[in-house]
Design a binder for this molecule. Structure first.
Ligand SMILES: Cc1cc2nc3c(=O)[nH]c(=O)nc-3n(C[C@H](O)[C@H](O)[C@H](O)COP(=O)(O)OP(=O)(O)OC[C@H]3O[C@@H](n4cnc5c(N)ncnc54)[C@H](O)[C@@H]3O)c2cc1C
Length: 261
């Protein structure tokens, strides 16, 4: 048994092509909006959200749309208005990619219930053979000596059975064909516990992130997924403070001011 801890790596974030944006804005007379933007390497997510909102009403500056006599120039206030109006579809353009590392199949099973706005590529235990059983124990469990003794003995037995099966099926014998390996590896994973740690790339847009952070840090949610989404929430608050600054955190529960955008 290998003792592990769930980790989150933010591996992708949106990037704007400002030249292309400028070319489009010149076409529609909206260049002044672009001049007002900050363009640091962490600004693209929020800028893209604002762009998506402003394109709806041609709200780059007053007068471009005769129905609009004034526009919000303050970036943060503009995005706050998007949240307060629940104009959430504009947030769907802004996607972040996270590697969720050493998370259990308990977590991944719950995570895949969130359907819109996500992309998932999960480690395949049909192909990836378990040589050991990576496992996370919460701190309260680690402090229970008898529990740990019995749990590690059980996991050790499961690990040994994995190795026995690999040998029994001759998976490492030269010439063993790949289809057979896959077939048997898939059978073998049935004897791994739900808590076995695995990994996936999980990409989600801001609308989905806001919803899942709230749902999965709720006190009623499962402890590992709460831990994970607490980490994701902190990352997102640093990445896009204007889109994640409305949360209050109470005992690990992230409660947004603007719900269900
Ligand atoms: C604390 C907690 C306990 C849970 N317990 C259980 C349990 O015991 N058993 C169980 O089976 N599940 C359980 N779940 C999972 C839960 O029922 C949802 O399936 C899961 O949280 C996905 O969230 P969602 O329904 O908001 O859908 P998401 O896929 O996250 O979708 C986001 C939003 O999009 C809209 N939407 C998405 N798909 C549709 C659709 N097909 N039709 C209409 N609107 C749609 C809805 O407004 C939805 O809220 C639990 C979840 C939590 C957080």
């Amino acid at each position: 048994m290998k003792s592990v801890h769930p980790e989150v790596f933010l591996v992708s974030r949106p990037q704007i092509d400002y030249e292309a944006l400028a070319a489009y804005l010149t076409e529609v007379g909206g260049e002044s909006w672009l001049e007002r933007l900050d363009r640091g390497h962490l600004d693209d997510a929020q800028n893209l959200a604002e762009f998506a909102g402003k394109i709806c009403y041609r709200a780059w500056e007053p007068g471009l749309n005769p129905n609009i006599v004034r526009v919000r120039n303050d970036h943060r206030k503009y995005l706050e208005n998007i949240l307060s109006q629940a104009h959430g579809s504009v947030l769907e353009h802004v996607t972040f990619g996270f590697v969720l590392h050493n998370v259990s199949r308990v977590v991944t099973h719950e995570l895949v219930r969130h359907r819109p706005g996500v992309a998932i590529s999960q480690e395949s235990l049909r192909f990836v053979r378990l040589a050991d059983i990576p496992f996370w124990f919460p701190e309260w469990a680690q402090q229970d000596a008898e529990l740990m003794k019995r749990a590690t003995a059980l996991l050790g037995q499961m690990e040994e059975f994995q190795l026995w099966m690999a040998d029994h099926f001759g998976l490492d014998v030269e010439g063993m064909n790949f289809e057979q390996k896959k077939h048997k590896t898939s059978f073998m994973r049935r004897f791994a516990p739900d808590g076995v740690a695995t990994g996936l790339l999980w990409s989600a847009n801001i609308r989905t992130l806001r919803h899942t952070i709230e749902a999965r840090t709720d006190p009623g949610a499962e402890e590992e997924i709460r831990l994970l989404f607490g980490m994701i929430a902190k990352i997102m608050q640093a990445e896009a403070p204007a889109l994640f600054g409305d949360y209050t955190v109470q005992d690990g529960a992230w409660v947004p001011r603007w719900r269900k955008v």
